[in-house]
Ligand binder design. Sequence first.
Ligand code: AMP
Ligand code: ZN
Length: 114
Amino acid sequence: MACIFCMIANKEIPSSVIYENDDVICFKDLKPVAPVHILIAPKKHYDDILDLASAEDGAETMSAIMSAISVVTELTGLEEGFRLINNCREFGGQTVMHVHFHLIGGMKISEKLL
Ligand code: AMP
Ligand code: ZN
């Protein structure tokens, strides 16, 4: 079955895009858990963060993701802080198997796992 985030990156299905460039797409999560909840994903498919880490172009892709985080943080007014989450594989609770980061903010997040 086709990957849903690849389909979003290829504009085959609609999404609320906040920012994109050649390498990265940033769009609103369908089920936000905070006033700001943006998903940041490389346009190229990697299953998860371990897949990305072992890829030849992994460092370059992570660098593009970090730059996008900086842009989106500014665009959405998260200067006071935010939480950045990556769920990896089954035990990490990953449900979409195309690597992505949740950028969550717009409120003071009180729950702490650690
Ligand atoms: P994860 O559980 O970490 O893999 O996160 C997957 C996220 O993708 C969830 O928060 C979903 O709400 C979100 N999601 C799934 N499908 C879509 C979609 N078509 N557009 C935007 N967000 C989506
Ligand atoms: Zn994909």
